[in-house]
Design a protein around this ligand. Structure first.
Ligand SMILES: Nc1ncnc2c1ncn2[C@@H]1O[C@H](COP(=O)(O)OP(=O)(O)OP(=O)(O)O)[C@@H](O)[C@H]1O
Ligand SMILES: [Mg+2]
Length: 259
């Protein structure tokens, strides 16, 4: 029997709360360290995830959503054995506007249809989607098709707001879905101070069992280093081990209950 691809969206209602960092490192650990066959889809026009994984881009996700190309044609192989990627570019913003106008294309379910076709190939175990922070048409598409949503949160009160918004959006799409979305909140930048401890306490109080037990520590130097264009290596795959890489690996083990 062909395997069904699990769809994992990484999204929050707040900008700059580690969505891209989490997508890149969780997906890379899942693929390279735990042997899963992974497709990453970037849906953010700033294309940070794309520039990490793709050397060049013939097509972007908007071309697939608007039926200009088949999904297969947009899949790029990456330098890592188990990781493929569909990239994004700033054209996505115009493409989403075009999709909004075209009701004959069933605009709310375009993404789900594309993902179903990819899943039918039976190649991928999981698809990770790096999202923006907006409650836009793409968000509706993604929340209608995702099996799991990972919500990154920094250990501050602004992130708390981002988690709240996300939970609300998930709640709003739930009547249109057949099943519940698995939802996990991840503390992806835990600082060592009392304010940060207090924010984490609030997040745990509000979201209880949804909050992952593993926290990713704040480690500015390592994360900034990994974003240098010349390096382009997810820090979970870096030769030199770091605390933040170990935390992400532990987080992946917790999320998927790997041994
Ligand atoms: N554990 C960490 N320690 C220190 N810095 C971190 C950590 N995780 C992420 N960062 C930094 O936080 C910044 C924001 O991260 P990132 O780009 O992943 O967020 P984002 O949610 O994708 O942002 P956007 O909303 O712009 O897409 C980046 O500069 C990143 O290097
Ligand atoms: Mg991002």
């Amino acid at each position: 029997m062909k395997k069904r691809m699990e769809i994992v969206a990484v999204k929050s209602g707040k900008g700059g709360c580690d969505k891209t960092t989490a997508t890149i490192n969780i997906a890379a650990a899942d693929a390279v360290l735990f042997g899963k066959k992974i497709l990453i889809i970037d849906t953010d026009g700033r294309a940070h995830t794309t520039s990490m994984f793709c050397d060049s881009l013939k097509h972007q996700i908007g071309d697939v959503l608007l039926d200009r190309v088949n999904a297969l044609e947009a899949i790029e192989h990456t330098r890592w054995k188990n990781i493929d990627c569909i990239g994004c570019s700033e054209e996505i913003n115009d493409d989403v506007k075009e999709l909004e106008k075209n009701i004959f294309m069933d605009p709310m379910h375009r993404f789900g249809k594309v993902l179903n076709k990819i899943s039918e190939m039976g190649v991928y175990d999981r698809c990770y989607i790096d999202c923006n922070q907006d409650p836009d048409l793409l968000a509706v598409n993604i929340l209608l098709s995702a099996d799991r949503v990972l919500i990154p949160a920094r250990s501050d009160d602004y992130s708390l707001e981002g988690v709240h918004k996300m939970m609300d959006w998930i709640h709003q799409v739930s009547p249109a879905r057949d099943n519940e979305i698995k939802t996990q909140v991840m503390i992806t930048d835990k600082e060592r101070n009392l304010e940060s401890d207090d924010s984490v306490r609030k997040i745990k109080l509000l979201f209880g069992d949804h909050v992952c037990k593993t926290f990713v520590r704040h480690q500015a130097k390592v994360v900034q280093h990994s974003y240098k264009p010349a390096i382009r290596t997810p820090f979970v795959l870096a030769k030199k081990p770091s605390g933040v890489a170990n935390d992400y690996i532990q987080l992946v083990k917790e999320i998927y209950e790997y041994e």
